[in-house]
Design a protein around this ligand. Structure first.
Ligand SMILES: Cc1cc2nc3c(=O)[nH]c(=O)nc-3n(C[C@H](O)[C@H](O)[C@H](O)COP(=O)(O)O)c2cc1C
Length: 428
C-alpha cells in the first residue's frame, strides 16, 4: 500500500497538468511570496490575510519533491574522451538520472524537506529507476507515488529555525519556513564532489598543488609520468570549482521546482537567505538545532564545518569513515560496486549496456593518486575540502497556497497566472 493516495479529482488534475505548456511556465514565472495566512504589518505592501495558513495537498507535495529530485531513468554517461578511448570516461557517480543535471553526473546531492507535518529526507541519488521511461505523456501518478514511497521521515515537527536574524536574512523573517508552507532544499556532499573532481583531473593526467601554502603535495613525484604532471592545478581552483558546480545543481533543481509551481498555480520562490549552519544544525547554537548534522570546529576555520547526518547523509570523512582513504574507497565502491555506473551488471540505457559499463575507465592508477591528494588536504586543512565546506546547502524552494487577495489589492492586473486563479477548484 503506497503512502500516497490519489483521488479521482487529482488524477484528472494530473492529466491536465501534464499538458501545461513549458513556455507558459517560463514566461509566467515570478517569485510570489504572499501566502494565505500571511501578514505584512507595515509599509506600502501592508496586508493581513483573511485566511488561516493552509498546507498544500500531499499530491502537490509529491509532485514538487519529484520535480526537485525524482529519478527519471538511466544516466547516459559521458560519451567520449579521446585521451583514453576506447575506454569511456568514468566520471558519473550514479547510474541513474534525475530531473536536474549534475556536473559529470557526480550526483552528490540529496533532498531534505519540511512542512507542518514534519521533516523528511528523500534520498534519490543512487536509486535505480523504478519505472521504465514510457512514451509521452509521462505517467505522473506512478512517478510521484514512487517518490512518496521513498520519503523518510526524520521528525514530526517542522524544521526549527527562529524567524529572526541571524538565523535568516532580515528580508526573509516575515515569511521563510512559514506555517502551511513546504520548504525543500537539496544538500550537496562536497567531500564527495571534490573526490570526484580529483578523480576527473587524475583521469585527465593532472595533479593538484597546494597554492594556499605554496607547496607540492608530498609524494606527488610518484605520478610524474602523468601527461599533464608539469601543469598542476591549484587546490583553491579545484575547490571553488567544486563549490560552484554543486551550486549549479542545487539552483537548477530548485528553479525547475519553481516552474512547476506556475503550472500548479501555487505561490512560492527559490532563495538562499537562510543561515546555512542553522539549517544543518551545525551552528553550535541550541536555538538553531536544524537537521542535527555533526560538525567540527577548528581554530584554522572561520565557521564550524558540518560533516553529515549519521545513517542519513554520510560524507566521505570521519566520523562516517575511519579515514579519508576509506572515504575514497567508498567513492570508488559507489562507482564500480553493485548498482554503480561502472559495474557491468548494472542495467542501463544502451543497446549493449554491459559492454559500455565494462569499458568505463578503471580506477587502477587513479585511486592511489586521489587518495594521496585527499589525505593531504584533510591533514593540512583539518577538513575535506580544505577551503570550502564539506556540506553545502544553498538554494531553498518554498511552496505555498497563494493569497490572491493580496495580489488583487496591491498589484495591477495579471500579477498571477490563470493557474493560480483556478488553483483551489482544481487541487483542493
Ligand atoms: C541566488 C538567489 C538568492 C535569492 N535569495 C532570496 C532571498 O533570500 N529572499 C527572497 O525573498 N528572494 C530571494 N531570491 C529571489 C530573488 O529576489 C528574485 O528571483 C528576484 O527578485 C527576481 O524576481 P523574480 O524571481 O520574480 O523574477 C533569490 C534568488 C536567487 C537566484
Amino acid at each position: 500500500m503506497s503512502r500516497l493516495e490519489i483521488s479521482d479529482k487529482h488524477r484528472k488534475a494530473l492529466a491536465e497538468l501534464g499538458q501545461y505548456p513549458l513556455l507558459d511556465a517560463i514566461v509566467g514565472r515570478r517569485s510570489r511570496r504572499f501566502p494565505v495566512g500571511g501578514s505584512i504589518p507595515d509599509g506600502p505592501l501592508a496586508y493581513e490575510s483573511t485566511e488561516e495558513p493552509r498546507a498544500i495537498t500531499e499530491v502537490e507535495r509529491a509532485l514538487i519533491i519529484s520535480v526537485l529530485a525524482g529519478v527519471t531513468g538511466w544516466n547516459y554517461g559521458i560519451t567520449r574522451h579521446r585521451g583514453y578511448a576506447p575506454n569511456v570516461p568514468n566520471y558519473p557517480g550514479s547510474a541513474g538520472g534525475r530531473t536536474f543535471p549534475s556536473a559529470a553526473a557526480f550526483h552528490t546531492s540529496q533532498l531534505f524537506f519540511t512542512d507542518d507535518s514534519g521533516t523528511y529526507f528523500f534520498g534519490s541519488r543512487d536509486a535505480a529507476p523504478q519505472i521504465e521511461r514510457q512514451d509521452e505523456p509521462a505517467d505522473l501518478a506512478s512517478w510521484i507515488t514512487s517518490t512518496a514511497d521513498g520519503y523518510r521521515q526524520l521528525s514530526d515537527t517542522r524544521l526549527v529555525l527562529p524567524r529572526e536574524e541571524p538565523y535568516m536574512e532580515g528580508h526573509n523573517t516575515w515569511i521563510a519556513n512559514w506555517p502551511g508552507s513546504l520548504l525543500a532544499f537539496p544538500v550537496a556532499d562536497l567531500s564527495e564532489h571534490l573526490v570526484a573532481n580529483l578523480n576527473f583531473f587524475a583521469a585527465n593526467g593532472y595533479v593538484i598543488y597546494d597554492d594556499v601554502h605554496n607547496t607540492a603535495v608530498p609524494g606527488i613525484e610518484k605520478f610524474s609520468g602523468l601527461r599533464n604532471f608539469d601543469d598542476p592545478i591549484p587546490l583553491s581552483f579545484v575547490e571553488q570549482y567544486t563549490l560552484a558546480e554543486a551550486s549549479a545543481e542545487l539552483a537548477t533543481a530548485t528553479n525547475t521546482g519553481v516552474l512547476l509551481l506556475q503550472a500548479l498555480g501555487l505561490g512560492g520562490w527559490t532563495f538562499d537567505g537562510l543561515d546555512r549552519l542553522s539549517v544543518l544544525g551545525a551552528s553550535g547554537d541550541p536555538r538553531g538545532p536544524g537537521l542535527g548534522f555533526s560538525y567540527d570546529t577548528d581554530d584554522r576555520w572561520p565557521f564550524p564545518n558540518a560533516t553529515g547526518l549519521e545513517g542519513v547523509f554520510e560524507t566521505l570523512v570521519p566520523p562516517f569513515v575511519d579515514s579519508v582513504a576509506a572515504g575514497v574507497d567508498r567513492y570508488y565502491e559507489r562507482k564500480f560496486g553493485p548498482g554503480g555506473p561502472g559495474n557491468p551488471a548494472t542495467p542501463g540505457p544502451w543497446s549493449d549496456t554491459p559492454k559500455v559499463r565494462a569499458d568505463y575507465l578503471p580506477a587502477d592508477g587513479l585511486q592511489e593518486l586521489v587518495t594521496l591528494q585527499a589525505e593531504y588536504i584533510y591533514s593540512r586543512f583539518g577538513k575535506l575540502p580544505g577551503t570550502v565546506p564539506t556540506v553545502h546547502v544553498l538554494m531553498y524552494l518554498q511552496a505555498q497556497n497563494l493569497d490572491r487577495g493580496f495580489y488583487d489589492q496591491k498589484f495591477g492586473p495579471a500579477a498571477y497566472l490563470p493557474t493560480h486563479a483556478r488553483h483551489d477548484d482544481v487541487w483542493s
